[in-house]
Design a protein around this ligand. Sequence first.
Ligand code: BGC
Length: 459
Amino acid sequence: MKRAVSSKIEFAPDFVWGCATSAYQIEGSPLADGAGPSIWHRFCHTPGMVRDGDTGDVACDHYRRYREDVELMRQLGLRAYRFSTSWGRIQPLGRGRVNQAGLDFYDRLIDALLEAHIEPMVTLYHWDLPAALDNLGGWLNPDIAKRFADYAAIMFRRLDDRVKMWVTLNEPWVVTDGGYLHGVLAPGHRNRFAAPIATHHLLRAHGETVQAYRSEGKHRIGIVVNLEPKHRATDEQSDGDAVTHADAYMNRQYLDPIFFGRYPEELNEIFGEAWPRWPPKDLELIKQTIDFLGINYYTRSVVRFSAQASPLRAEPVHQKRATYTETGWEVFPQGLTETLLRIKERYGNPPLYVTENGAAFFDPPTVHDGRVADPLRVDYLRGHIAAIHAAIEAGVDLRGYFVWSLLDNFEWSHGYSKRFGIVHVDFETQQRTPKDSARLYAGVIGSNGRALNEPAEQC
Ligand code: BGC
């Protein structure tokens, strides 16, 4: 299917084109060189939690093959690479003693990136909490905010001479929704009373860390949230309320405290007696000025009222004529433009990055003649890059875009069954093969987007 694309796509010469990954999803060797286990290590090694019993024990073996991966990035022409550091490699117990070997790994990775003229964006927390801290309550323990800021300060002191873009947390909403409310992600709690507490301490940890950065660091720091436009299934008032709840819960729960110093009122209704009253000084701490906001965008959600759906009273509605990815997410590029414009309007046009965008589709299981044809992912990327261009045209201060993901990798409770990479990984041999989507992306980067003005070769 050929698809017409706007005829005038071109991005600014300094637009940041990158790819994103995270530590537990690609590194492997989780206990190497003195590292302490994380909650994901434990979760994977608990039978029944992850599909097919998959673990991150080897993953993409990036811990040992990082040079090869940086070379791959250089060949694709990436200008930036967003990755996360594993807290347990730095502080095996999550506090106190620092493990130099862990710091050395990230030091070497960053040097290799800079040598290849690739700007690092470092995320300090992408879900792999040290297990020793989980023993003390994890994100439910108020002390964790200070522990996290201490760990972050270690990273700033060692790496801020070379790292210019820092991210405190990746997707705190997923940490609480998956890890504390529904239990499908580590640490696997299913507790309506726990989720709001975890939310609050994640936000306090973010606030403490931004403060620490102002005294330790010289560059820029922000946070990454995942957002989805919520659209109503019908004109019924109850569906309108469902949209408001779903939007407050996912899109405003973290951003309103950060930008306005208050939680959305709807959270009271959603959580009822499980929603605590927090001291105003906590909200002041959370409302730190950030230098940029990272947005992860994958899909939209059409919702309708449902009395049974706890705690939101809203449930998603399948769209009959839409394309869905392998993770069951509707392909909806215009939702990315909508999301970026909404942030511009609601939060005063902050500097933005799209820090993740991509899709899992079924790829041919074997590589043929050095090629992996992934037409649906090619089409997905074309549509979404055109969507960010439209947002920039409409005045959004968007500075960069990162594809999720560089490599096929460990997709959390789906194990290795969902492939998001623009580079295919054969998990038997660790052979990397750029897919057609990687070729498309390299062309987009090389032409600053102008390649998208040409019709898709094949879809
Ligand atoms: C996360 C990634 C994940 C991706 C695809 C994001 O929620 O940050 O770790 O692999 O989505 O599910």
